[in-house]
Design a binder for this molecule. Structure first.
Ligand SMILES: [Fe+2]
Ligand SMILES: [Fe+2]
Length: 466
């Protein structure tokens, strides 16, 4: 964690960011193992079955409120380091790994597994890293003279844990290669029957810019009353509808938002949405996570949308509310192992599009598949602390421990598909035209598009409702 992130975390905790406290946090990995935290993760396995479909909740996170201390954050970073280290140490390339404290006695090539605590680009293009493991710290140099290694520089992000291959000289570690934790190639089996999953979110109910005509077309399509015969057949066989957060526009989310609200209270905004969702046939599961516009805390994991404000949505028999993030298994049957979906609203995407050079060069918000590839390679939804407001839970809900078949996100209001090592990524469109805020930040949304995935044939398609 760098100084800015440490200060932010302390303010979040309601504590004065004194020099001592900031120092304690920024050197977090070498802190003594704190007492076990009073934080609990609930990974329930709830199964909801219809006649020809099923949803099993594999990961849903609940946070029991308690006073969070600096030690909680220290433990959080330590455990994340240990998890990533174990992943990296299982690779053949890290066979000769050593700890930073033993580097001074090493001769020749070696490997260390370390967290990046600082990245500095020198005028020559050479990059100086501050690295840290549980035994100590070291400075490392990445020279641009090695073209293959230089290509990896724009992908580096603070706080990520990597394996560095290289050698020590005059107290500095000279890097020859970098290895990310990464995911293995995913093996996937097609479902024996024709069945589809549809992905939506960012409805922003209550906004002046909400698109009711287009959203009604989508609901009519799900009812089998819109589109040609092919579209109607897909609608009939769509059993799973994922809603990736920002169900409502919310209240007080950005300055002067009230001028852009058609419904000025969160309960009214959820009511409107529930009216639309109540028309969706009961044989379709609607799986909902919250986003940063919903009426709850920003800290992740975010709990389910609030029961008091969104009561009409909770009354719908086919709605499943889970946390952000969450993992679900679809359609498991005797002859099919099921299909695992990781849902994440995507709040951290803004930070990485803004700060990671390689993502900006790849297209930024226009390339959500590259953002997902970046996160899957790091096995984490927000590898840099401060990319999102993360609660220091154990196990960390933002760590991607189980590799899903598909990852889905919203937030950036752009529809897209991707495939990284056979894990499909889906980015959702929205139901809101361009807001003044988006004009100011130069963001161009693409509304009223539904990404659809066929579990039986592994094919993805986009359906437009403009
Ligand atoms: Fe949104
Ligand atoms: Fe959002």
């Amino acid at each position: 964690m760098d100084q800015a992130a440490a200060i932010k975390a302390l303010i979040q905790l309601g504590q004065l960011p004194t020099a001592d406290k900031v120092r304690e946090l920024t050197s977090g990995l070498q802190h003594e193992e704190p007492e076990l935290l009073g934080l609990k993760t609930s990974e329930s396995r709830i199964k909801i079955e219809n006649k020809n479909s099923s949803v099993e909740v594999l990961q849903h996170f609940e946070w029991k409120p308690k006073k969070v201390t600096i030690q909680d954050f220290t433990s959080y970073f330590r455990k994340r380091y240990e998890y990533m280290k174990n992943l990296l140490m299982s690779r053949a390339e890290t066979e000769n790994a050593t700890s930073i404290s033993k580097l001074s006695s090493m001769v020749g090539k070696t490997t260390i597994v370390a967290m990046i605590s600082d990245i500095r680009k020198l005028p020559t293009g050479t990059v100086k890293l501050a690295l840290e493991d549980l035994s100590g710290t070291t400075n490392a140099i990445i020279s641009v003279k090695n073209p293959e290694l230089a290509k990896k520089i724009p992908f580096l992000a603070p706080d990520e844990v990597l394996a560095f291959k290289g050698s020590i000289g005059k107290g500095i570690f000279f890097v020859d290669d970098i290895i990310w934790p990464d995911i293995p190639i995913k093996q996937r089996q097609n479902c024996p029957e024709e069945v589809y999953a549809a992905f939506t979110g960012d409805i922003h109910s209550g906004s002046n810019m909400f698109l009711p005509k287009e959203f009604e077309k989508f609901i009519q399509w799900l009812k089998g009353d819109y589109g040609d015969e092919k579209m109607k057949n897909i609608a009939k066989k769509t059993k799973y509808i994922f809603v990736l957060g920002d169900l409502i526009d919310g209240v007080g989310i950005y300055p002067e938002q009230e001028k852009e609200l058609h419904i000025k209270d969160a309960a009214g905004q959820y009511d409107l949405l529930a009216k639309y969702f109540s028309e969706i046939p009961d044989d379709k599961h609607i799986i909902i996570i919250p986003g940063n516009h919903d009426a709850l805390r920003l800290c992740e994991p975010q709990p389910t949308i609030p029961k008091d404000l969104a009561a009409p949505l909770y009354k719908l028999p086919n709605v499943i509310n889970v946390s952000n993030p969450a993992m679900l298994k679809l359609h498991k049957q005797d002859d099919y192992p099921g299909f695992d979906v990781l849902m994440y609203h995507g709040y951290s995407f803004d930070h990485f599009v803004d700060t990671v050079e390689a993502l900006r060069l790849a297209g930024g918000y226009d390339a959500p598949d590259k953002i997902w590839e970046f996160l899957l390679k790091r096995r984490h939804l927000a590898p840099t602390y401060g990319a999102t407001l993360a609660l220091p839970m154990d196990p960390d809900p933002l760590t991607i421990r189980q590799v899903p078949d598909l990852v889905a996100s919203g937030h950036i209001h752009k529809a897209g598909f991707g495939n990284y090592k056979n894990v499909l990524s889906v980015s959702c469109s929205c139901w809101q035209s361009r807001t003044n805020f988006q004009v100011r930040v130069g963001h161009k949304p693409e509304p009223a598009i539904i990404p659809i995935y066929g579990l039986h044939d592994g094919k993805a398609m986009m359906m437009e409702f403009m």
